[in-house]
Design a protein around this ligand. Structure first.
Ligand code: NZQ
Ligand code: ZN
Length: 386
Protein backbone atom coordinates (compact mmCIF):
# COMPACT_ATOMS: atom_id res chain seq x y z
CA UNK A 1 0.00 0.00 0.00
CA UNK A 2 1.33 3.47 -0.88
CA UNK A 3 1.82 6.09 1.84
CA UNK A 4 -1.07 8.49 2.18
CA UNK A 5 -2.46 11.45 4.14
CA UNK A 6 -6.15 11.35 4.87
CA UNK A 7 -7.68 14.47 6.34
CA UNK A 8 -11.26 15.39 5.39
CA UNK A 9 -12.40 18.26 7.58
CA UNK A 10 -16.05 18.43 6.43
CA UNK A 11 -18.72 17.99 9.09
CA UNK A 12 -21.37 15.75 7.49
CA UNK A 13 -24.91 16.04 8.85
CA UNK A 14 -26.69 13.09 7.29
CA UNK A 15 -30.39 12.23 7.49
CA UNK A 16 -33.92 13.57 7.70
CA UNK A 17 -34.34 16.99 9.27
CA UNK A 18 -30.63 17.69 9.71
CA UNK A 19 -31.07 21.13 8.19
CA UNK A 20 -32.59 22.34 11.46
CA UNK A 21 -29.12 22.50 13.03
CA UNK A 22 -27.55 24.54 10.23
CA UNK A 23 -28.29 28.10 11.46
CA UNK A 24 -26.57 27.45 14.77
CA UNK A 25 -23.49 26.22 12.94
CA UNK A 26 -23.36 29.14 10.51
CA UNK A 27 -23.68 31.70 13.29
CA UNK A 28 -20.08 30.79 14.14
CA UNK A 29 -18.95 32.49 10.93
CA UNK A 30 -21.19 35.56 11.01
CA UNK A 31 -24.57 36.76 9.80
CA UNK A 32 -23.95 37.61 6.16
CA UNK A 33 -24.67 34.67 3.90
CA UNK A 34 -24.32 34.33 0.14
CA UNK A 35 -27.02 31.83 -0.87
CA UNK A 36 -25.95 30.08 -4.09
CA UNK A 37 -28.52 28.03 -6.00
CA UNK A 38 -29.46 26.82 -9.46
CA UNK A 39 -32.25 27.28 -11.94
CA UNK A 40 -35.17 27.10 -9.56
CA UNK A 41 -35.62 23.51 -8.32
CA UNK A 42 -35.20 24.65 -4.71
CA UNK A 43 -38.12 27.05 -5.13
CA UNK A 44 -40.33 24.33 -6.62
CA UNK A 45 -39.52 21.83 -3.87
CA UNK A 46 -40.10 24.23 -0.98
CA UNK A 47 -36.49 24.10 0.22
CA UNK A 48 -36.01 27.80 -0.50
CA UNK A 49 -38.94 28.76 1.77
CA UNK A 50 -37.60 26.46 4.47
CA UNK A 51 -34.21 28.20 4.30
CA UNK A 52 -35.80 31.64 4.48
CA UNK A 53 -37.63 30.62 7.62
CA UNK A 54 -34.57 29.03 9.24
CA UNK A 55 -32.27 31.92 8.39
CA UNK A 56 -34.66 34.79 9.14
CA UNK A 57 -32.18 36.29 11.60
CA UNK A 58 -29.38 36.35 9.03
CA UNK A 59 -28.69 38.79 6.23
CA UNK A 60 -29.04 36.83 3.01
CA UNK A 61 -27.65 37.82 -0.39
CA UNK A 62 -28.68 35.62 -3.28
CA UNK A 63 -26.82 34.23 -6.27
CA UNK A 64 -29.44 32.29 -8.25
CA UNK A 65 -29.11 30.80 -11.72
CA UNK A 66 -26.00 28.65 -11.35
CA UNK A 67 -26.07 26.57 -14.50
CA UNK A 68 -25.26 22.85 -14.74
CA UNK A 69 -21.56 22.85 -15.72
CA UNK A 70 -21.13 26.13 -13.80
CA UNK A 71 -19.74 29.03 -15.73
CA UNK A 72 -16.94 31.45 -14.93
CA UNK A 73 -19.34 34.38 -15.46
CA UNK A 74 -21.44 33.13 -12.51
CA UNK A 75 -18.33 32.85 -10.38
CA UNK A 76 -17.43 36.43 -11.27
CA UNK A 77 -20.93 37.62 -10.25
CA UNK A 78 -20.71 35.82 -6.91
CA UNK A 79 -17.21 37.09 -6.23
CA UNK A 80 -18.35 40.69 -6.71
CA UNK A 81 -21.18 40.24 -4.21
CA UNK A 82 -18.80 38.72 -1.64
CA UNK A 83 -16.36 41.58 -1.96
CA UNK A 84 -18.99 44.34 -1.96
CA UNK A 85 -21.12 42.97 0.87
CA UNK A 86 -18.31 41.47 2.96
CA UNK A 87 -19.96 38.06 3.05
CA UNK A 88 -19.10 35.81 6.03
CA UNK A 89 -20.09 32.40 4.67
CA UNK A 90 -21.30 30.88 1.41
CA UNK A 91 -24.27 28.51 1.48
CA UNK A 92 -24.51 26.28 -1.61
CA UNK A 93 -27.90 24.63 -2.03
CA UNK A 94 -28.01 22.14 -4.87
CA UNK A 95 -25.63 19.76 -6.58
CA UNK A 96 -22.05 19.75 -7.80
CA UNK A 97 -22.61 22.80 -9.96
CA UNK A 98 -23.71 25.06 -7.09
CA UNK A 99 -21.10 23.64 -4.74
CA UNK A 100 -18.28 24.01 -7.26
CA UNK A 101 -19.27 27.58 -8.13
CA UNK A 102 -19.38 28.36 -4.40
CA UNK A 103 -15.92 26.90 -3.83
CA UNK A 104 -14.47 28.99 -6.63
CA UNK A 105 -16.23 32.11 -5.34
CA UNK A 106 -14.98 31.36 -1.82
CA UNK A 107 -11.34 31.67 -2.85
CA UNK A 108 -11.87 34.37 -5.47
CA UNK A 109 -13.39 36.59 -2.77
CA UNK A 110 -9.90 36.91 -1.29
CA UNK A 111 -8.14 37.44 -4.60
CA UNK A 112 -7.65 40.79 -6.32
CA UNK A 113 -7.44 39.60 -9.94
CA UNK A 114 -9.78 37.58 -12.16
CA UNK A 115 -11.13 34.29 -10.69
CA UNK A 116 -9.87 32.29 -13.68
CA UNK A 117 -6.26 33.05 -12.62
CA UNK A 118 -6.83 30.77 -9.62
CA UNK A 119 -7.84 27.85 -11.83
CA UNK A 120 -4.73 28.26 -13.94
CA UNK A 121 -2.41 28.73 -10.97
CA UNK A 122 -3.47 27.18 -7.67
CA UNK A 123 -0.57 28.75 -5.81
CA UNK A 124 -2.52 32.02 -6.01
CA UNK A 125 -5.23 30.55 -3.74
CA UNK A 126 -4.25 31.69 -0.27
CA UNK A 127 -7.52 31.94 1.61
CA UNK A 128 -11.20 31.01 1.22
CA UNK A 129 -14.50 31.93 2.81
CA UNK A 130 -16.17 29.10 4.73
CA UNK A 131 -18.55 27.02 2.61
CA UNK A 132 -21.70 25.27 3.81
CA UNK A 133 -23.70 22.88 1.64
CA UNK A 134 -27.25 21.60 1.47
CA UNK A 135 -27.01 18.73 -1.00
CA UNK A 136 -29.92 17.99 -3.33
CA UNK A 137 -28.44 15.44 -5.77
CA UNK A 138 -26.28 12.36 -5.26
CA UNK A 139 -23.49 12.52 -7.81
CA UNK A 140 -20.24 14.39 -7.55
CA UNK A 141 -19.03 14.03 -3.97
CA UNK A 142 -18.25 17.75 -4.01
CA UNK A 143 -20.03 17.96 -0.65
CA UNK A 144 -17.00 16.36 1.01
CA UNK A 145 -14.05 17.06 -1.25
CA UNK A 146 -11.79 19.92 -2.15
CA UNK A 147 -12.34 20.05 -5.91
CA UNK A 148 -14.35 22.46 -8.03
CA UNK A 149 -14.85 22.09 -11.77
CA UNK A 150 -15.55 25.33 -13.62
CA UNK A 151 -16.26 26.03 -17.29
CA UNK A 152 -14.78 29.03 -19.00
CA UNK A 153 -17.33 29.74 -21.71
CA UNK A 154 -14.93 32.06 -23.56
CA UNK A 155 -12.09 29.57 -23.99
CA UNK A 156 -14.21 26.35 -23.92
CA UNK A 157 -12.06 25.03 -21.08
CA UNK A 158 -13.56 23.02 -18.23
CA UNK A 159 -10.92 22.72 -15.52
CA UNK A 160 -10.61 21.76 -11.91
CA UNK A 161 -9.30 23.82 -9.05
CA UNK A 162 -8.39 21.66 -6.07
CA UNK A 163 -6.89 22.77 -2.78
CA UNK A 164 -7.58 21.79 0.85
CA UNK A 165 -8.94 25.31 1.48
CA UNK A 166 -12.02 24.35 -0.53
CA UNK A 167 -13.44 21.57 1.62
CA UNK A 168 -16.94 22.55 2.72
CA UNK A 169 -17.01 23.21 6.46
CA UNK A 170 -20.37 21.52 6.83
CA UNK A 171 -22.67 19.57 4.50
CA UNK A 172 -26.28 18.70 5.18
CA UNK A 173 -27.16 15.48 3.32
CA UNK A 174 -30.86 14.78 3.73
CA UNK A 175 -31.94 11.94 1.40
CA UNK A 176 -35.52 13.23 1.25
CA UNK A 177 -34.23 16.15 -0.87
CA UNK A 178 -33.46 13.61 -3.60
CA UNK A 179 -37.10 12.57 -3.94
CA UNK A 180 -37.80 15.32 -6.49
CA UNK A 181 -34.86 14.58 -8.79
CA UNK A 182 -35.81 14.13 -12.45
CA UNK A 183 -35.11 10.61 -13.73
CA UNK A 184 -32.30 11.81 -15.93
CA UNK A 185 -30.48 13.38 -12.96
CA UNK A 186 -30.94 10.28 -10.81
CA UNK A 187 -29.48 8.19 -13.62
CA UNK A 188 -26.66 10.56 -14.53
CA UNK A 189 -25.75 11.10 -10.88
CA UNK A 190 -25.54 7.36 -10.25
CA UNK A 191 -23.28 6.89 -13.25
CA UNK A 192 -21.08 9.71 -12.01
CA UNK A 193 -20.62 7.93 -8.68
CA UNK A 194 -19.81 4.67 -10.48
CA UNK A 195 -17.33 6.44 -12.70
CA UNK A 196 -15.56 8.05 -9.74
CA UNK A 197 -15.11 4.63 -8.21
CA UNK A 198 -13.90 3.15 -11.51
CA UNK A 199 -11.32 5.91 -11.90
CA UNK A 200 -9.86 4.96 -8.52
CA UNK A 201 -10.40 1.18 -8.76
CA UNK A 202 -8.86 0.67 -12.20
CA UNK A 203 -5.40 1.61 -11.03
CA UNK A 204 -2.41 -0.48 -9.93
CA UNK A 205 -3.03 -1.86 -6.45
CA UNK A 206 0.26 -2.71 -4.75
CA UNK A 207 -1.48 -4.21 -1.75
CA UNK A 208 -4.29 -1.72 -1.03
CA UNK A 209 -6.69 -4.67 -0.71
CA UNK A 210 -9.00 -2.85 1.69
CA UNK A 211 -9.45 0.06 -0.70
CA UNK A 212 -10.51 -2.23 -3.55
CA UNK A 213 -13.04 -4.06 -1.36
CA UNK A 214 -14.54 -0.75 -0.19
CA UNK A 215 -14.80 0.36 -3.82
CA UNK A 216 -16.61 -2.82 -4.80
CA UNK A 217 -19.14 -2.20 -2.03
CA UNK A 218 -19.86 1.29 -3.30
CA UNK A 219 -20.25 -0.04 -6.85
CA UNK A 220 -22.67 -2.76 -5.71
CA UNK A 221 -24.64 -0.12 -3.82
CA UNK A 222 -25.03 1.97 -6.98
CA UNK A 223 -25.98 -0.98 -9.18
CA UNK A 224 -28.48 -2.21 -6.60
CA UNK A 225 -30.14 1.04 -5.61
CA UNK A 226 -29.84 3.01 -8.86
CA UNK A 227 -32.74 1.17 -10.50
CA UNK A 228 -34.81 1.24 -7.32
CA UNK A 229 -34.42 5.02 -7.03
CA UNK A 230 -35.59 5.39 -10.63
CA UNK A 231 -38.64 3.21 -10.11
CA UNK A 232 -39.49 4.50 -6.63
CA UNK A 233 -38.18 8.08 -6.37
CA UNK A 234 -39.32 8.35 -2.73
CA UNK A 235 -37.66 5.15 -1.55
CA UNK A 236 -35.67 6.44 1.43
CA UNK A 237 -33.43 3.41 1.67
CA UNK A 238 -32.38 3.72 -1.96
CA UNK A 239 -31.89 7.50 -1.76
CA UNK A 240 -29.92 7.37 1.47
CA UNK A 241 -27.58 4.65 0.22
CA UNK A 242 -26.95 6.52 -3.01
CA UNK A 243 -26.40 9.78 -1.16
CA UNK A 244 -23.72 8.28 1.05
CA UNK A 245 -22.22 6.45 -1.95
CA UNK A 246 -21.86 9.82 -3.65
CA UNK A 247 -20.01 11.25 -0.67
CA UNK A 248 -17.59 8.40 -0.05
CA UNK A 249 -17.20 7.83 -3.78
CA UNK A 250 -15.07 10.94 -4.00
CA UNK A 251 -13.83 11.98 -0.57
CA UNK A 252 -10.45 10.28 -1.12
CA UNK A 253 -11.37 7.19 0.92
CA UNK A 254 -11.36 5.02 -2.21
CA UNK A 255 -8.04 6.26 -3.45
CA UNK A 256 -5.95 5.82 -0.32
CA UNK A 257 -2.95 3.57 -0.79
CA UNK A 258 -3.38 3.78 -4.56
CA UNK A 259 -3.02 6.62 -7.03
CA UNK A 260 -2.68 7.48 -10.70
CA UNK A 261 -4.39 9.84 -13.09
CA UNK A 262 -8.01 9.48 -14.22
CA UNK A 263 -9.03 8.42 -17.71
CA UNK A 264 -12.71 8.85 -18.56
CA UNK A 265 -13.27 12.12 -16.70
CA UNK A 266 -10.70 14.09 -18.72
CA UNK A 267 -12.40 12.89 -21.91
CA UNK A 268 -15.88 13.68 -20.60
CA UNK A 269 -14.92 17.13 -19.38
CA UNK A 270 -14.08 17.97 -22.99
CA UNK A 271 -17.53 16.81 -24.14
CA UNK A 272 -19.30 18.92 -21.53
CA UNK A 273 -16.98 21.89 -22.14
CA UNK A 274 -17.60 21.89 -25.89
CA UNK A 275 -21.23 20.73 -25.96
CA UNK A 276 -22.55 21.52 -22.45
CA UNK A 277 -24.00 18.02 -21.98
CA UNK A 278 -24.81 16.51 -18.57
CA UNK A 279 -21.61 15.15 -17.02
CA UNK A 280 -23.04 11.73 -16.06
CA UNK A 281 -24.54 11.29 -19.52
CA UNK A 282 -21.13 11.80 -21.12
CA UNK A 283 -19.61 9.29 -18.71
CA UNK A 284 -22.29 6.70 -19.51
CA UNK A 285 -21.46 6.97 -23.21
CA UNK A 286 -17.66 6.89 -22.85
CA UNK A 287 -17.13 4.34 -20.08
CA UNK A 288 -18.01 1.10 -21.92
CA UNK A 289 -15.90 2.18 -24.91
CA UNK A 290 -12.98 3.00 -22.62
CA UNK A 291 -13.30 -0.40 -20.92
CA UNK A 292 -13.25 -2.17 -24.30
CA UNK A 293 -10.30 -0.12 -25.51
CA UNK A 294 -8.04 -0.72 -22.51
CA UNK A 295 -8.87 -4.40 -21.95
CA UNK A 296 -5.62 -6.24 -22.68
CA UNK A 297 -3.24 -8.78 -21.13
CA UNK A 298 -2.01 -6.17 -18.66
CA UNK A 299 -5.48 -5.14 -17.45
CA UNK A 300 -7.54 -8.30 -17.86
CA UNK A 301 -6.97 -9.61 -14.31
CA UNK A 302 -8.42 -6.48 -12.75
CA UNK A 303 -11.40 -6.43 -15.12
CA UNK A 304 -12.07 -10.10 -14.33
CA UNK A 305 -11.79 -9.32 -10.61
CA UNK A 306 -14.35 -6.53 -11.03
CA UNK A 307 -16.68 -8.94 -12.86
CA UNK A 308 -16.37 -11.55 -10.15
CA UNK A 309 -16.54 -9.36 -7.05
CA UNK A 310 -19.20 -6.92 -8.25
CA UNK A 311 -21.31 -9.06 -10.62
CA UNK A 312 -20.58 -12.59 -9.37
CA UNK A 313 -19.25 -13.66 -12.78
CA UNK A 314 -16.73 -16.52 -12.55
CA UNK A 315 -14.98 -18.88 -14.96
CA UNK A 316 -11.53 -19.97 -16.10
CA UNK A 317 -11.51 -17.72 -19.13
CA UNK A 318 -10.47 -14.30 -17.79
CA UNK A 319 -11.32 -12.47 -21.01
CA UNK A 320 -14.80 -13.99 -21.08
CA UNK A 321 -15.37 -12.91 -17.47
CA UNK A 322 -13.98 -9.41 -18.10
CA UNK A 323 -16.18 -8.97 -21.16
CA UNK A 324 -19.24 -10.23 -19.30
CA UNK A 325 -18.60 -7.68 -16.54
CA UNK A 326 -18.26 -4.98 -19.15
CA UNK A 327 -21.54 -6.05 -20.80
CA UNK A 328 -23.37 -5.96 -17.45
CA UNK A 329 -22.06 -2.44 -16.83
CA UNK A 330 -23.22 -1.28 -20.24
CA UNK A 331 -26.63 -2.90 -19.78
CA UNK A 332 -27.01 -1.14 -16.44
CA UNK A 333 -26.35 2.27 -18.01
CA UNK A 334 -28.94 1.54 -20.71
CA UNK A 335 -31.45 0.28 -18.14
CA UNK A 336 -31.13 3.67 -16.43
CA UNK A 337 -32.44 5.23 -19.65
CA UNK A 338 -29.16 6.88 -20.59
CA UNK A 339 -27.90 7.34 -24.15
CA UNK A 340 -25.16 5.04 -25.42
CA UNK A 341 -23.93 7.04 -28.40
CA UNK A 342 -22.61 10.57 -28.93
CA UNK A 343 -25.01 11.04 -31.86
CA UNK A 344 -27.90 10.67 -29.39
CA UNK A 345 -26.74 13.85 -27.63
CA UNK A 346 -26.05 15.73 -30.84
CA UNK A 347 -22.27 15.31 -30.92
CA UNK A 348 -20.58 14.65 -34.26
CA UNK A 349 -16.94 13.97 -35.06
CA UNK A 350 -15.96 17.57 -35.97
CA UNK A 351 -14.17 18.31 -32.68
CA UNK A 352 -12.78 14.85 -31.84
CA UNK A 353 -9.16 15.83 -32.59
CA UNK A 354 -9.40 19.15 -30.76
CA UNK A 355 -11.08 17.63 -27.70
CA UNK A 356 -8.59 14.75 -27.57
CA UNK A 357 -5.70 17.20 -27.70
CA UNK A 358 -7.20 19.23 -24.86
CA UNK A 359 -7.82 16.14 -22.72
CA UNK A 360 -4.15 15.24 -23.01
CA UNK A 361 -3.00 18.81 -22.41
CA UNK A 362 -5.10 19.39 -19.29
CA UNK A 363 -4.73 16.05 -17.46
CA UNK A 364 -2.33 13.23 -16.69
CA UNK A 365 -4.19 10.77 -18.92
CA UNK A 366 -1.28 10.36 -21.35
CA UNK A 367 1.36 9.64 -18.75
CA UNK A 368 -0.08 8.52 -15.40
CA UNK A 369 -3.38 6.78 -16.21
CA UNK A 370 -3.95 3.05 -15.56
CA UNK A 371 -3.69 2.59 -19.31
CA UNK A 372 -2.07 5.78 -20.64
CA UNK A 373 -4.00 7.26 -23.54
CA UNK A 374 -2.43 9.48 -26.19
CA UNK A 375 -4.40 11.84 -28.42
CA UNK A 376 -4.84 9.14 -31.11
CA UNK A 377 -6.22 6.68 -28.54
CA UNK A 378 -8.77 9.20 -27.32
CA UNK A 379 -9.90 9.95 -30.86
CA UNK A 380 -10.43 6.21 -31.37
CA UNK A 381 -12.50 6.00 -28.16
CA UNK A 382 -14.63 8.93 -29.32
CA UNK A 383 -15.08 7.14 -32.66
CA UNK A 384 -16.22 3.97 -30.87
CA UNK A 385 -19.01 6.10 -29.35
CA UNK A 386 -20.24 7.62 -32.64
O1 NZQ B 1 -30.53 24.12 -11.29
P1 NZQ B 1 -31.68 23.49 -10.59
O2 NZQ B 1 -32.98 24.07 -10.94
O3 NZQ B 1 -31.46 23.42 -9.10
O4 NZQ B 1 -31.79 21.97 -11.14
C1 NZQ B 1 -30.72 21.06 -11.02
C2 NZQ B 1 -29.90 20.91 -12.31
O5 NZQ B 1 -30.66 21.21 -13.43
C3 NZQ B 1 -31.31 19.68 -10.86
N1 NZQ B 1 -31.56 19.31 -9.46
C4 NZQ B 1 -30.64 19.18 -8.47
N2 NZQ B 1 -31.23 18.74 -7.34
C5 NZQ B 1 -32.55 18.61 -7.62
C6 NZQ B 1 -32.76 18.99 -8.96
N3 NZQ B 1 -33.99 18.97 -9.53
C7 NZQ B 1 -35.01 18.57 -8.75
N4 NZQ B 1 -34.88 18.17 -7.47
C8 NZQ B 1 -33.65 18.17 -6.87
N5 NZQ B 1 -33.50 17.73 -5.62
O6 NZQ B 1 -30.32 18.80 -11.35
C9 NZQ B 1 -29.59 19.44 -12.38
C10 NZQ B 1 -28.13 19.09 -12.27
O7 NZQ B 1 -27.54 19.70 -11.14
P2 NZQ B 1 -25.94 19.75 -11.04
O8 NZQ B 1 -25.59 20.45 -9.80
O9 NZQ B 1 -25.38 20.26 -12.32
O10 NZQ B 1 -25.58 18.20 -10.95
P3 NZQ B 1 -24.31 17.45 -10.43
O11 NZQ B 1 -24.31 17.32 -8.96
O12 NZQ B 1 -24.24 16.21 -11.23
O13 NZQ B 1 -23.05 18.41 -10.79
C11 NZQ B 1 -22.45 18.39 -12.05
C12 NZQ B 1 -21.24 19.29 -12.09
O14 NZQ B 1 -20.24 18.88 -11.15
C13 NZQ B 1 -19.00 18.62 -11.85
C14 NZQ B 1 -19.48 18.21 -13.22
O15 NZQ B 1 -18.46 18.26 -14.19
C15 NZQ B 1 -20.57 19.24 -13.46
O16 NZQ B 1 -20.02 20.48 -13.79
N6 NZQ B 1 -18.19 17.64 -11.09
C16 NZQ B 1 -17.70 18.03 -9.91
C17 NZQ B 1 -16.85 17.22 -9.17
C18 NZQ B 1 -16.31 17.66 -7.86
N7 NZQ B 1 -16.46 18.91 -7.50
O17 NZQ B 1 -15.72 16.88 -7.15
C19 NZQ B 1 -16.41 15.92 -9.67
C20 NZQ B 1 -17.23 15.38 -10.78
O18 NZQ B 1 -16.51 14.41 -11.47
C21 NZQ B 1 -17.74 16.43 -11.73
O19 NZQ B 1 -16.79 16.76 -12.71
ZN1 ZN C 1 -17.66 12.92 -12.16
Amino acid sequence: MNNFNFCVPTDIRFGKGQIEGLPAELTKYGKKILLVYGGGSIKRTGLYDKLMELFKDFEIFELPGIEPNPKLSSVRRGTEICKKEKIDVILAVGGGSCIDASKHIACSAWYDGDPWDLVLDRSKVTKALPIAVVLTISATGSEMNSGAVISNEETKEKLEINTPLLYPSISVCDPTYLFTLPEKQTAAGTVDIISHVFEQYFQPNDGAYITDRLSESVLKTCFHYGRIALEEPENYEARSNLMWASTIGLNHLLTVGKGGAWSVHPMEHELSAYYDITHGVGLAILTPAWMRYVLCDRTVDRFAMYAENVWGITGDDKYAAANAGLARTEEFFKSMGLPAKLSEVGIGSEKFEEMAEEAVRTSGVASRAYYPLQKEDIVKIFEMCE
